[in-house]
Design a protein around this ligand. Structure first.
Ligand code: CA
Length: 251
């Protein structure tokens, strides 16, 4: 539990805002500062990478369309240096779908225009997720390794294998898969997935769930996650008995 971030303050949180439109950049920085955050602003991609190195932010708000190098490349370079949660700003919903499909590695996406209230809520949710992932990794009471059929999910190392092949998932894709796999064959609604994986209190981002499911299927195989139309998803490998993880001969 991280009371500090859920209680409504961003005190002592350092945020880097990357946005080339000065009015938007300033509005975001001001609002976050009013919430108690320490904010830095970068107006282009290269400046963003330098700033991230220099200030070591706790979170980055990153516009995708930037002069110089774009938000995708900025995200890669920043996260190549050290893991940091990224909230990406996009111009359209279909752009968000595309970026999730590319596995860029941002932790959440918001489509412009958005309200500052929602931005702040999403930032707080994202910080809670990061805290929770840390706590889970440190919690020795949780069985760290799930083996279901030919899928192995190591929750302390945050690694996934299918058969002998290691599959690289983004942090969000990992959290989504791990949560689904905790309750095999059980249908989880989009709203429940949003609440648990993204820590959103409302159900306004169900499209995000669909896009991430698509990305996980593309990387891990289409046969593992069943769509229950109009309801949600179930982790349901075809050849698995729920009572043990012994390999079966079925294909
Ligand atoms: Ca822009």
């Amino acid at each position: 539990m991280s009371e500090s971030t859920s209680s409504g303050s961003l005190d002592s949180v350092r945020v880097l805002v990357v946005e080339d439109e000065p009015t938007i950049a300033t509005a975001i920085a001001r609002r976050l500062a009013a919430e108690g955050a320490r904010t830095d602003v970068a107006f282009n991609g290269l400046e963003a990478v330098d700033r991230a190195l220099a200030t070591r932010p706790d979170l980055v708000v990153l516009d995708v369309m930037l002069p110089g190098i774009d938000g995708l490349e900025v995200c890669r370079r920043i996260q190549g240096e050290r893991p940091v949660p990224v909230l990406m700003l996009t111009a359209r919903d279909d752009e968000t779908d595309k970026l999730i499909g590319l596995g860029v590695g941002a932790d959440d996406y918001m489509t412009k225009p958005f309200s500052m209230r929602e931005l702040v809520a999403r930032i707080k949710a994202l910080l809670r997720r990061v805290e929770r992932a840390k706590a889970l990794a440190a919690d020795t009471g949780v069985t760290p390794i799930l083996v279901i059929g030919d899928v192995t999910i190591d929750r302390s190392q945050r690694r996934v294998r299918r058969g002998d092949v290691e599959v690289h998932l983004t942090p969000t894709e990992f959290d989504l898969l791990a949560f689904l796999a905790t309750s095999p064959r059980q249908v989880l609604t989009r709203e429940k997935l949003l609440a648990h994986v993204w820590d959103w209190v409302d159900g306004s981002g169900t499209r995000t769930v669909d896009s991430h499911i698509k990305a996980v299927r593309r990387k891990l195989g289409a046969d593992l996650i069943r769509t229950v139309h109009g309801v949600g998803y179930a982790f349901e490998p075809a050849d698995v008995d729920t009572d043990d993880g012994a390999p079966s001969s079925g294909v």
